[in-house]
Design a protein around this ligand. Sequence first.
Ligand code: ATR
Length: 277
Amino acid sequence: MLKLGLIGYPIQHSLSPWIHEQLMAQQNVKGSYELFEIQPENFNQEIKSLKNSRLDGFNVTVPYKEKIIPYLDEIDESARALGAVNTVKCKGDQWIGYNTDGLGFVDSLIHRYPESTKYGNKALILGSGGAARGIYHALADTSLQRVDLANRTIERAEEIIQDRPVTIQSNALDLHQASERMVDYDLIIQTTTVGMSPDTNVVVPIKDLKEGAVVCDIVYRPIKTKFLKTAQKHGASLHFGHEMLLQQAVYAFKIWTQTKPEAEPLLSKFEEKLKGV
Ligand code: ATR
């Protein structure tokens, strides 16, 4: 019996139990995925009792992706570089930390649009929170020629670029500059919370897009945000947040089980599920 779970606060509305139960069924693995909602003031004590609960692995979400690090015995290189962990594998009482956020994004993107990160292409990330940081690191490891970051608070974009050893050309932009220059990019990824239901705004207006541009939004409620709808009107190919979410969970499941789960067969069922929540 596989024992999995999620720590975070608040997490009652998490889709992770549903996703991992589907993956267990797909891989013929028996087990459970439990929610461990931990109040911030009880974190230290609850984590210590989790050590004794014989879990095989767990996910970590807001606000504990950084706070979990001192409790780990090992940390994967990419999670260390990011300074954030979203997946922990438990080997007895040894905990090993990983981060599947950015990798899940790039994997799902390349699966859908194999040419989108090819050499010579330029990408623009809108937003500079934790999600943007993970995606930036994962994109910097592809063949892309340039990955720029745009944010309302430009200093946060600059910080992400400075924190990574120089391996790729990058500029920090404000949102006005991003809107003006959007036509230069082959790949645009919206990572802010703008457009998340019930909000129906766009983080920046889309004036013009490059021919053949791929536009992604990590927001998955609604599945097609106003940003994606506008991008589609300008001729873009779209990539959706729920596909990335699913792929990131697939990555975590692989780390825990050494099976080869697949996101694709779950996609339409997941879309139905999202319409109902
Ligand atoms: P996450 O870790 O999920 O990425 P976060 O760290 O709270 O979340 O980051 C949220 C992102 O959405 C940030 O880029 C934030 O911009 P600031 O850094 O300037 O705060 C962006 N964001 C949130 N609300 C916004 C708004 N109304 N307009 C523009 N950007 C917004």
